[in-house]
Design a protein around this ligand. Structure first.
Ligand code: PMV
Length: 343
């Protein structure tokens, strides 16, 4: 009853910010991402009859309290599916800073969904795994797949053949809205050799987690409804830009999606600002470089790091550009990565 899985984080090009349902963790709108090779989470899960509680070991440290409760609640879903009552030991490690807006919850819950469901004897297809991972963290549903990925909000017709891909053998078609909010790959990693440089501007844990930030935005931001309404058109634009490898169209859509997400959060009460001065300096640097003809764009999640995209051919130039910005502590290089897998 033991299994080990690895998964990469992903970065949203069209952001997810807001929940339609808290219990099933359903997103208010779809989102679209790139899975990031070069950063890895490795998670082992063992269900053991001798344990009287779950154990969580993350990056060599044993956690109790809220972090453990979040994992136990997630394992309860798997225990219910598998008819198990035993507790589990979860050992997970990231080869990148945890909890600082580098999407460790995405790779973490993707690897956990795969390792724990396998250890419990469940044989889930990729679509079912994405539904399961999404219950742990909305963005984790996307990290089950490699390359360019979109996740539905679950409001599309359940039998819609145009939006729902064919089920893999052994996979059940979605029956409920919670099952319909699954991810799918829109293009494999080899489709487009984009590079994403992550400019780390602070390694401190973020102060407002994404769930809390989303909730506050939903409850108090006058821009929230307009933000949600703007997402479907951005999904169409981004999907088409990815499929046609149109860098400038993707740049325009991804930056707009990022800035609208942050604008909706900044307009909450009290306003949420994830940026620091280096974050802003990087935004300006990237925009100036693009105005001068360099193929480059930025996106930012619920933290101060700036993720900068460029084609592989512009990587050196882009690395030079970012390393000259004062306050950049580290540059992590990523590329289109594979989906979650057992090891
Ligand atoms: O998966 P969560 O609940 O940590 O939310 C992720 C939110 C953003 O990273 C800000 C945007 C996204 O789509 O990944």
């Amino acid at each position: 009853m033991k299994a080990t899985a690895v998964a990469h984080p992903n970065i949203a090009l069209v952001k997810y910010w807001g929940k339609r349902d808290l219990e099933f963790n359903l997103p208010a709108a779809p989102s679209l991402s790139l899975t990031l090779g070069g950063l890895l989470t490795r998670t082992s899960v063992e269900f053991r009859g001798d344990l009287d509680a779950d154990i969580l070991n993350l990056d060599g440290q044993v956690f109790t309290g809220a972090k453990l409760r979040r994992i136990s609640t997630f394992l309860d879903i798997i225990r219910a599916l598998a008819g198990l009552t035993t507790h589990a030991e979860v050992v997970s490690s990231n080869d990148f800073p945890t909890g600082a807006g580098l999407a460790s919850s995405a790779s973490g819950f993707a690897a956990l969904a795969l390792a724990a469901s396998s250890a419990a004897g469940l044989k889930l297809g990729a679509r079912e795994l994405s539904v399961l991972a999404r219950r742990g963290s909305g963005s984790a549903g996307r990290s089950i797949f490699g390359g360019f990925v979109e996740i539905f909000d679950g409001t599309q017709p359940l039998d819609s053949s145009e939006s729902a891909p064919e089920s893999a053998p052994g996979e059940r078609p979605p029956r409920a809205a919670s099952d319909a909010a699954f991810a799918r790959q829109i293009a494999p990693p080899a489709h487009w050799d984009l590079r994403c440089l992550i400019a780390v501007t602070s390694s401190a844990e973020k102060t407002i987690g994404s769930t809390e930030g989303m909730q506050r935005t939903q409850e108090s931001s006058p821009f929230y409804a307009d933000w949600v309404a703007s997402v479907p058109a951005d999904i169409e634009r981004a999907r088409s830009a990815v499929l046609t490898r149109d860098f400038h169209a993707l740049a325009k859509t991804a930056e707009a999606s990022c800035l609208r997400m942050h604008a909706s959060a900044m307009a909450a009460l009290p306003g949420i600002i994830y940026w620091n001065p280096t974050t802003v300096a990087l935004i300006e640097t990237v925009r100036e470089a693009r105005a001068q003809g360099m193929p480059v764009f930025f996106t930012i999640d619920a933290g101060p790091q700036v993720k900068v995209f460029c084609p592989a051919a512009a990587l050196e130039e882009c690395r030079d550009l970012l390393s000259r910005v004062s306050g950049v502590q580290q540059l992590l290089e990523t590329y289109p990565g594979e989906g979650a897998r057992l090891v």
